[in-house]
Write a protein that binds this ligand. Structure first.
Ligand SMILES: Nc1nc2c([nH]c(=O)n2[C@H]2C[C@H](O)[C@@H](COP(=O)(O)OP(=O)(O)OP(=O)(O)O)O2)c(=O)[nH]1
Length: 137
């Protein structure tokens, strides 16, 4: 396809933080895009940054925690008609700190079987299904 016709892409990383079998889910704040939708904490990868480093930085900024970033879960693409969200998710573990609310409206630890009950950002739906399947007992 002609590059000029292609939708701009944003590269986003999301942390799937698991503790005691529960997954940390974050609800986007009232301002900005996708307000009220649920997402994995994380954010946009900056120019020249690796996905893993971006995730460590975003989690530090957003949740005031240090995470160890493990294996990649998936990279999925979602075209919202304006941009293509390229979302890469990673298994993560908190190594220090307790998640704090800074930008989000709510944080919730959710059982794998209940993940599908949240109103997720559309780009996250394939990753949510994968996580629920992989963590199913
Ligand atoms: N952090 C995060 N962002 C996600 C997910 N799914 C998804 O579509 N996004 C989108 C929302 C945002 O447009 C973008 C992440 O941007 P960000 O968190 O760094 O910054 P932001 O809220 O200021 O973004 P924006 O309002 O300018 O779009 O990716 C997800 O699971 N986690």
């Amino acid at each position: 396809m002609d590059d000029r016709l292609r939708q701009p892409e944003i590269e986003v990383v999301g942390a799937v933080i698991v503790r005691d079998g529960l997954v940390l889910c974050a609800q986007r704040g009232p301002d900005g895009s996708l307000s009220g939708k649920w997402e994995f904490p994380g954010g946009k990868v900056e120019h020249g940054e690796s996905g893993r480093l971006a995730l460590e930085r975003e989690i530090d900024e957003e949740l005031r925690c240090v995470v160890e970033v493990g294996d990649e879960i998936a990279t999925t693409r979602y075209d919202d008609g304006r941009v293509v969200v390229v979302l890469t998710t990673f298994w993560c573990q908190i190594v220090s700190g307790t998640p704090q609310l800074t930008e989000h409206t709510a944080l919730r630890w959710v059982a794998p079987g209940d993940l599908g009950g949240l109103d997720w950002a559309p780009a996250d739906v394939p990753a949510v299904e994968l996580v629920a399947t992989r963590l199913a007992p």
